[in-house]
Design a protein around this ligand. Structure first.
Ligand code: ADP
Ligand code: ADP
Length: 228
């Protein structure tokens, strides 16, 4: 469902972040992306959610060649990809409910469905009782759960998570990981960049290591493989 063929990415200032990446991620896989800072992990993730386009090579998600996508088609691709960030990125003036509902409003979902589906995903992440809270009234772990609810509300086939536990304590991080595992179990592909050695070495999944813009390791039930 995600295919990269000889992907290169050079930014405007001349920095080459990816050099000749090839890979296939199948439907319903759970993949960790690991590697040192500056290796190209975020760039790799941004290409999948079409925040960046490759300088060279083909990338397809669900059969769409997303490097060559016409601008007006971008929303159709993004609807099918949920994104989760280390810093949550909730809209601060909207409640938890409104943050999640907003993701459905932008794709013009009927109001009646928005209310029902938003409450359903808030329940799934265990925060129905916080629907009326503003992000500032929630803990980091709760904010990340709302961000996850927002990411899954439109039933995407893929979740891209860039260091989703990076700002959280170990116990809260495990709660987030259990939630992501449950979402994966329900049929969503998950691609997650992380520096969390303990999580990778405990929840054994496919591990792709990127160093200096290239994939240097790709193992099923792999290990973190770095000291920190
Ligand atoms: P990682 O997520 O593994 O830390 P990144 O993909 O963020 O790696 O960065 C890979 C390389 O690309 C680094 O050298 C970084 O400084 C550079 N880079 C990332 N984003 C940009 C950008 N917008 N413009 C120029 N260089 C960038
Ligand atoms: P741009 O077209 O300039 O990339 P967007 O308005 O599309 O800006 O994106 C705004 C912000 O939302 C960016 O920070 C981007 O990383 C993030 N984003 C893009 N796609 C998604 C998505 N599917 N889910 C969550 N956040 C997204």
């Amino acid at each position: 469902m995600i295919e990269m063929h000889d992907i290169w990415k050079t930014y405007a200032d001349g920095t080459t972040a990816l050099q000749g990446v090839n890979l296939v991620i199948d439907r319903n896989e759970f993949v960790y992306v690991v590697g040192p800072s500056g290796a190209g992990k975020s760039t790799f993730m941004k290409l999948i959610y079409r925040e960046e386009v490759p300088t060279k090579g083909q990338i397809s998600v669900n059969g769409f060649n997303i490097g060559k996508l016409k601008h007006r088609k971008i929303p159709f691709v993004r609807r099918n990809i949920g994104v989760i960030f280390q810093d949550y990125r909730l809209l601060p003036k909207l409640t938890a409910f409104e943050n999640v509902a907003f993701a459905m409003e932008v794709i013009e979902t009927p109001r009646r469905l928005i209310r029902k589906r938003t409450m359903e995903v808030l329940e799934l992440v265990g925060l129905k009782h916080k629907a009326g809270s503003l992000p500032a009234q929630l803990s980091g772990g709760e904010q990340q759960r709302i961000a996850i609810a927002r990411a899954i509300v439109n039933n995407p086939s893929v979740i891209v998570a860039d260091e989703p536990t990076g700002n959280l304590d170990p116990e809260t991080s495990w709660g987030i990981m259990n939630l992501l595992e449950e979402i994966n179990f329900r049929g969503t592909t998950i691609v997650m960049a992380t520096h969390n050695k303990e999580i990778v070495n405990t929840m054994r999944k496919r591990v792709i290591a990127i160093e200096n813009g290239s994939i240097v390791r790709d193992q099923q039930r792999g290990e973190y493989g770095y000291e920190i």
